[in-house]
Design a protein around this ligand. Structure first.
Ligand code: GLY
Length: 498
């Protein structure tokens, strides 16, 4: 059996020996890339190299990249493969080698280094890509019947709405008839899970422009991605990503916190998997500088974290528990990802604070939701009024998607138009209030006056003790001012209050 850590090492060593420069994982927060909220694939940090805007440190690169995807958040824990956070192993050619080399290396790595039986591997290619199909057949010896041409849906890969992209070829591992849905049509295109995509080889020749059109990149590139948890599940002979050594210790920790063993029943297993997955994602997001908020990536973090807390409640956990899960994540991953250890105190503070905040309102919010649901059900409606969902969001901290998920469990929906109307009204009220009360960015004024001695401590603490050394109101130094008055900030040596 290969551990996750051994597989990560083996992959990087294999490509280092083939003249690849091994780079550390980039942050989950993409740098200078407004088109993406989070790093969703190994190629994301290399987009400017592919586009010819920046010269890479070496034309051949390989990484184990931290990634986070949320498009199927509701599926996490229910299926064998969906995760929010995952690690992607990838080798990249920036205008250097192309199809023949990457196909050859991926085949050799899987069949020789990892020892997977060639007859269990299936290949897909882009429907027009005769060249890739020939390489698989003529040079690797894959029988033609196991090389399947497919269309844009599965075999044209792009990271987001714009950027480098291209046709791709996937390698799938046949887990065997025990994993099949049993349909006579069950094949590599079937969603049942028997054929597990383990590695995607992208032949990155194009750039998707703002207007949606494809343009040719200056050079032909290679971008590959192999999910570490997936390949670990194959090598470790476990039926899903969660039971690999990369995640299972977190499930065990959640089982201790809840007093419910993994395997007790399907419903509690889903909750244990969700908690394990989400605690891992939360730890890595916070380590990369994301703060819970109601916008952008901060909202992604908040949504994941609060979803984990709710699943903890479903398991009957009443006391704060997430910190022990994030501590476990830090212990498991601190070796390859030193940022976790370095920012462990910060992760602990943010997690505890956010869990505490949400726990204060969760019970009450759930009770209100229950009462409203009963009313809606009695009236024979299927939609919860948008105003109620908005109140849960605004007052009780329920991300909209969490409310939707709870409703979906009962076959109901949120009236989204009503929700948007309530949200817009609230924004208008906030805009009006801002104009009246916060005419200047007081924190910037305070730091300018204090020289960098004033720190904002509100991310980690709700209150702090400090000595007031100056008062700024309306952008000017004053001897007195109303607390909370317009544009007022109090400068202290290590804190900032508004
Ligand atoms: N960049 C290749 C993949 O994510 O599948």
């Amino acid at each position: 059996m290969s551990t996750g850590a051994e597989l990560r090492r083996k992959f990087l060593n294999y490509f280092a020996l083939r003249d690849h420069l091994i780079l550390p994982s980039a942050s989950l927060v993409p740098k200078d890339d407004p088109s993406l909220l989070l790093t969703v694939a190994g190629m994301v940090p290399f987009k400017p190299y592919f586009q010819g805007k920046v010269t890479p440190p070496h034309p051949r690169l390989a990484t184990a990249q931290k990634c986070l995807r949320t498009q199927d958040l509701e599926e996490v824990g229910k299926t064998a493969r969906h995760n929010t956070f995952f690690e992607m192993l990838g080798n990249f050619s920036i205008g250097d080698y192309f199809k023949k080399e990457t196909i050859g290396w991926s085949w050799e790595f899987l069949t020789k280094e990892l020892g997977l039986p060639p007859e269990d591997l299936w290949i897909t290619v882009y429907r027009d890509d005769q060249e890739a199909a020939e390489i698989w057949h003529d040079l690797m010896g894959v029988p033609r019947e196991r090389i399947i041409p497919l269309g844009d849906d599965t075999n044209f890969w792009e990271a987001g709405p714009v950027g480098p992209c291209g046709p791709c070829s996937e390698i799938l591992f046949d887990l065997g008839p025990a994993y099949s849905c049993g349909s006579p049509d069950c094949g590599v295109e079937c969603e049942c899970g028997r054929y597990l995509e383990v590695w995607n080889l992208v032949f990155t020749e194009f750039n998707r422009e703002e207007d949606g059109k494809l343009s040719k990149l200056p050079r032909r590139n290679i971008d590959t991605g192999m999910g570490l948890e997936r390949i670990a599940s194959v090598l470790q002979g476990v039926p899903n990503n969660f039971e690999t050594d990369l995640i299972f210790p977190l499930i065990e920790e959640a089982a201790i916190a809840s007093g419910i063993s993994y395997g007790a029943d399907d419903k509690s297993d889903v909750a244990l998997k969700v908690i394990a997955d989400h605690a891992r994602a939360v730890s890595f997001l916070i380590a990369d500088g994301v703060h819970p908020s109601n916008e952008g990536r901060g909202y992604v973090l908040r949504r994941i974290l609060r979803r984990a807390v709710r699943y903890g409640r479903l398991l009957g956990i009443r006391d704060p528990f997430l910190k022990r899960l994030t501590d476990k994540t830090i212990a498991l991953y601190q070796d390859p990802y030193r940022e976790l250890k370095e920012r462990s105190g910060h992760i602990q503070r943010i997690v505890s604070l956010e869990e505490e905040r949400f726990s204060e309102t969760l019970e009450q919010g759930l009770q209100i939701l229950q009462e409203q649901l009963e009313k809606v059900e009695v009236s024979g409606e299927k939609n919860l009024p948008g105003g109620v969902a908005f109140r849960l969001y605004d007052t009780f901290g329920f991300p909209l998607e969490l409310t939707q998920e709870i409703l979906a469990e009962r076959g109901m929906n949120v009236d989204l138009d009503g929700f948007r109307v309530s949200m817009e009204k609230q924004r208008e009220r906030a805009r009006a209030a801002r104009v009246e009360t916060v005419p200047s960015d007081s924190f910037k004024v305070c730091t300018a006056y204090s020289g960098d001695k004033t720190k904002f401590t509100g991310y980690g603490n709700l209150s702090a003790r400090s000595q007031i050394t100056a008062i700024i109101a309306d952008g000017k130094r004053k001897s007195e001012s109303d607390p909370g008055g317009a544009g007022t900030g109090y400068i202290g040596p290590d804190t900032f209050l508004l």
